[in-house]
Design a binder for this molecule. Structure first.
Ligand SMILES: [Zn+2]
Length: 74
């Protein structure tokens, strides 16, 4: 019986844990790939939305300032 096949190393604390474990028994880190993937995808969507809204707001402000400048110059 090989111990190496029955265990894996925690990517966070490098301690040996059972293979297929979803939670590290040493540092209690979540090791389930599914939930981690979902969380990062949601974060990416949030970043995209924030950047998109900031871009629209910035363009709007520049447009308003541009009009003000144009009419003030007349
Ligand atoms: Zn750990």
């Amino acid at each position: 019986m090989t111990v190496a096949k029955m265990s894996q190393k925690c990517p966070y604390c490098k301690e040996t844990i059972n293979a297929g474990a979803t939670r590290c028994k040493h540092c209690h880190a979540d090791l389930s790939a599914g939930s981690k993937k979902k969380a990062s995808a949601l974060a990416n969507l949030d970043n995209f939305r924030t950047g998109f809204l900031c871009g629209i707001l910035f363009t709007l402000i520049l447009t308003v300032l541009g009009y003000f400048h144009f009419f003030a110059g007349e």
